[in-house]
Design a protein around this ligand. Structure first.
Ligand SMILES: C[S@@+](CC[C@H](N)C(=O)[O-])C[C@H]1O[C@@H](n2cnc3c(N)ncnc32)[C@H](O)[C@@H]1O
Length: 405
């Protein structure tokens, strides 16, 4: 057995256990993992083995955690198209095994080919609008720096849902709902809610912020139907598909601004793109807020550095770069680390503040319980400049909104 296959099997075994006993809200993923292990170890489920073989052939560098995530998403994308009983009918191993056997290259070449190519050629492209509440939070904190509505450049924007949420959530004529409130905890372990910080953070989050020009950049063609289907298949944990509100919000954003007239889009690789290409694609030459949300974990360390340098060259004098990702990716920008999103409070937000001109940026300011960004703790070491002082985020919130609470 190859090293890569072993690493895939190990991850499947971990998921079977984790989603079966710890995170039982996602039982469908545990059933997927158990059935996948059976398919790899027995004569059942040839279709699954073919998908894995194809993936290994094309991406020998993929490690177990990423490979398994891609397999889960590829099968989900396929089933959302082909089986109306998904995910309701997939909370058991048997239907997964049936699918693994029935999807095969001889019976249905197009369906199998699409599934295998999604797994082997794409990257995870989940677009989670709730993650962009950090951008709102920080923009509220520094809004008084800017003479005009701040401009926003979102790198790795996927299908732009986060940007659309930022632009439309406070527009009374739009059905797009506001961000869900944040809960700030005073400790990662005890998880007790800090009432005052929670109120302050939500005051910041409920400010009316008008953005100037907003542009997303992504390496994929987000107007391609296949990319849209893949992004949708990546967006949900299977069991989130049982929550009508979450699905409804997604579909609403999906149908908002289809022509990119309010939020523009530039397709390309931000690691190799020149500053001029970005400037030529927009009416502005510098950007007040530049976001990298959950994108650095997908690229090599040298690409991260190239992307960051590009951002520094496009940042306005008072601007902020907001980076959120797995903690080890943010603090180890120069290392080839993959990022683990299943450790609680390992999804973190960090900022580079043009006004601070310091290299302390890598200290995260917020640690989120997970990438859905509902509960968080503030990190004591991270700093932002507010009213001329470099302060941690709790102090910054107190300075800006303390009177309102
Ligand atoms: C996991 S998604 C995150 C989407 C969104 N920012 C969020 O936080 O929900 C990562 C996105 O980064 C894009 N991406 C990866 N490498 C890129 C690059 N070099 N240049 C531009 N976009 C890139 C991927 O295509 C994908 O859409």
């Amino acid at each position: 057995m190859s090293e890569q296959l072993r690493s895939i099997e190990e991850q499947l075994a971990r998921n079977a256990e984790y989603y079966g006993t710890v995170d039982t809200a996602n039982i469908t993923l545990s059933c997927f993992a158990k059935a996948a292990l059976v398919a790899l170890r027995s004569s059942e489920g040839q279709g699954f083995r073919d998908t894995v073989d194809y993936m290994i052939e094309l991406r020998p560098e993929l490690k177990g955690p990423t490979a398994v995530k891609l397999l889960e998403r590829a099968y989900q994308t396929d089933l959302l198209e082909h089986d109306v009983s998904y995910p309701y009918g997939y909370q058991d191993e048997a239907p997964w095994l049936k699918t693994f056997s029935s999807v095969n290259v001889h019976d249905d070449f197009l369906r199998w080919g699409l599934l295998a190519n999604n797994a082997a050629l794409r990257n995870v492209q989940s677009c989670v609008d709730e993650r962009y509440k950090t951008i709102k939070l920080f923009t509220s904190l520094v809004a008084n720096r800017f003479d005009a509505p701040p401009t926003l450049l979102d790198v790795g924007s996927s299908v732009l849902h986060g940007d659309l949420k930022l632009v439309y959530e406070s527009d009374p004529s739009s059905p797009v709902r506001p961000f869900q409130p944040i809960e700030i905890l005073n400790d990662k372990h005890e998880k007790a809610k800090d009432e005052r910080l929670t109120k302050l953070a939500n005051v910041a989050l409920s400010q009316q912020i008008q953005f100037g020009h907003v542009m997303g950049v992504d390496i994929t063609d987000i107007d391609d139907v296949g990319t849209r289907r893949w992004a949708r298949g990546c967006r949900f944990y299977p069991d989130e598909l049982f929550q009508p509100d979450v699905v409804e919000d997604y579909d609403l954003l999906e149908s908002t601004d289809p022509d990119h007239s309010r939020v523009s889009f530039l397709k390309g690789d931000f690691a190799t793109m020149t500053r001029n290409e970005v400037v030529a694609a927009s009416p502005v030459s510098t950007w007040d807020i530049i976001a990298f949300s959950t994108v650095f974990f997908q690229v090599s360390s040298s690409e991260r550095i190239a992307m960051l340098l590009n951002a520094l060259n496009l940042l306005s004098d008072n601007g902020l770069i907001i980076i959120q990702d797995a903690r080890e990716v943010i603090v180890g920008m120069e290392d080839d680390v993959e990022g683990n999103f299943s450790i609680p409070f390992n999804y973190a937000t960090s900022i580079i503040d043009a006004q601070r001109a310091s290299d302390d940026y890598e200290e995260p300011v917020i640690a989120w319980e997970n990438g859905r960004c509902q509960r968080a703790v503030f990190e004591p070491k991270g700093r932002i400049r507010v009213n001329g002082g470099d302060v941690p985020i709790d102090e910054a919130l107190e300075m800006r909104f303390g009177n309102a609470v």
